[in-house]
Design a protein around this ligand. Structure first.
Ligand code: ADP
Ligand code: GLC
Length: 488
């Protein structure tokens, strides 16, 4: 099949979070299964490209026209890359905003991107299936099934939409519809209207042929008021078209036996390199070398409400009286940057933070820490806990979404399990799980067991790619049967 991926970020070109990892690894796995895949991304600053594929598309945008170009990024590992180029919109310092604040014209930026994606799929690279990701690509299904509803070619192309995060809606004032040249009729409850505003994500939930999300547990959770961010009713209405498919890991990039970014390589047979990685990590984070004898807790994360850092603030005074050290790498909301800085000042011997986005450091934390902490309020999949397993860095996680699906609680009695989990979103529960982990850590043999259990796990992409391929097939057939319903 010919599959077009449309997304707002993707490695090796652009990244703020796990979406970018998925955009690199899933297309590769589909290619390995014999499919043809192209990935369409915005051309942000510093994206090198090969050639122009379409010098200028004409995009009707309310009262104006815009003329983005399509740039050919060539092939990487047999995946085709194309970019939507419009420097005024995309040649900026960051992808979505600066200092925790979104760019004010994000609706226009990503509406143009989606319109360009549709034109691209009609004129440049004609796919059998379009696979969109998160709200930035949501207008693709919406416009295909409304403005393009009578386009015979478009009618035959199903759209799969993956929810990587229900917390980000793309919520804008009503006037935005006119600005981006979208029909006013979309401003209704069954389309994009959401409490008096326009909700891009809601549009995709209503107009896509199939919805997926990135773990089974999260597929259930988003149908509840607690995790639905106000859209649980819409998801429930489409439950027969929703599947949870777990993300995989690119072990070529995330494996201690091959990782070139860490101080020393190691494998389950010989963990001695991990100690060298721990020493190096303490040094890089400016913690005293004696801390090597303490259990070291690592954090790598976007600093966002989703990730549960208010719980860390709550338990920090208790946690830091324990014999532990903590290193945190992240960037995002200023309030969490401040919180981590304050803790590091209060406990300079035990706690250190680096406010940065730094891939090499992320690898060093995975390798050098003993435990990896993810107390997320919600977590659609989560990749870092899965990376941690391979590095023998034992995850301590809240039992939500993909964290719950990928981590099995360790039972010292049977010796089974890969990490430590807590249920309730409160500080006591978090502290309980960390203390459980610290107890097992002090019993060296049990700790080596939980590490080995995790390192033996295999979350490679192939199985998930096969599930996506099956879904593409089903979606394509339902649009291309002779008696197929051709509009929405
Ligand atoms: P999310 O997509 O919600 O941020 P994931 O766990 O799915 O969470 O993916 C996060 C990805 O981003 C991982 O690859 C992680 O290593 C990376 N990452 C997050 N924060 C940083 C950072 N400050 N520096 C480097 N990499 C980071
Ligand atoms: C989102 C989620 C994260 C998931 C990633 C990739 O950003 O927050 O849990 O792993 O997307 O699907």
């Amino acid at each position: 099949m010919k599959i077009l991926f449309v997304a707002s970020e993707g490695l090796p070109f652009s990244k703020t979070g796990g979406l970018a990892d998925v955009m690199e690894a899933l297309p590769r796995s589909l290619v390995a299964l014999g499919h043809r895949v192209a990935v369409l991304l915005p051309r942000y600053r510093n994206t090198n490209a090969v050639a122009v594929a379409a010098p200028s598309l004409t995009i009707a945008f309310g009262n104006t026209l815009r003329f983005p170009a399509i740039i050919d990024g060539g092939s990487l590992r047999r995946v085709r890359y194309y970019f939507v180029e419009d420097p005024e919109y995309f040649d900026r310092e960051q992808l979505y905003g600066v200092a925790g604040k979104d760019y004010p014209d994000n609706a226009e930026r990503f509406a143009e991107f989606c319109r360009a994606a549709i034109e691209f799929s009609k004129n440049v690279w004609k796919p059998d299936v379009i696979h969109c990701h998160d709200w930035q690509s949501a207008l693709v299904p919406v416009l295909l099934r409304t403005q393009y509803a009578n386009d015979v070619a478009a009618q035959r192309v199903p759209v799969i939409f993956t929810i990587h995060n229900m917390g980000y809606h793309g919520l804008f004032p009503r006037e935005v519809l006119k600005k981006i040249g979208a029909p006013e009729t979309l401003f209704r409850v069954g389309a994009m209207e959401f409490f008096g505003k326009v909700n891009f994500l809601k549009g995709a939930l209503n107009f896509s042929d199939y919805l997926t999300t990135v773990s089974r547990k999260y597929a259930e959770e988003i149908q509840t008021a607690e995790y639905g961010h106000g859209l649980d009713g819409v998801v429930r209405d489409r439950a027969d078209r929703l599947v949870g498919i777990l993300n995989g890991v690119d072990y070529a990039a995330w494996s201690p036996a091959k990782d070139k970014l860490i101080a020393a390589k190691y494998s389950p047979k010989d963990l001695s390199g991990k100690l060298a990685c721990k020493k190096n990590l303490l040094e890089v984070f400016g913690l005293p070398p004696e801390a090597v004898n303490r259990p070291l807790i690592g954090i790598v994360s976007r600093f966002a409400d989703q990730k549960g850092f208010d719980l860390i603030a709550e338990v920090a005074p208790d946690l830091l009286t324990e014999d532990v050290a903590i290193v945190a790498l992240g960037a995002g909301e200023p309030k969490y940057e401040k919180m981590f800085h304050e803790l590091a000042e209060l406990y300079p011997e035990k706690m250190s933070v680096k406010v940065a986005y730094d891939n090499t450091l992320a690898h060093k934390v995975e390798a050098g820490a003993d435990m990896f902490l993810m107390p997320s309020r919600y977590e659609p999949c989560g990749l870092n806990q899965i990376y941690s397993l391979k590095y023998g860095t034992v995850p301590v996680v809240r039992a939500t979404g993909g964290l719950d699906d990928t981590i099995e609680p360790f039972d010292p009695g049977t010796g089974r399990g890969t990490g430590f989990k807590f249920q309730a979103y409160d500080g006591a529960a978090l502290l309980g799980a960390i203390r459980q982990a610290l107890d097992v850590y002090r019993n060296g043999a049990a700790w080596r067991r939980v590490q080995a259990n995790g390192m033996a796990k295999d979350f490679s992409w192939r199985a998930s790619a096969i599930e996506y391929a099956r879904l593409y097939e089903v979606a394509w057939k339902s649009r291309n049967r002779k008696d197929a319903v051709t509009s929405n």
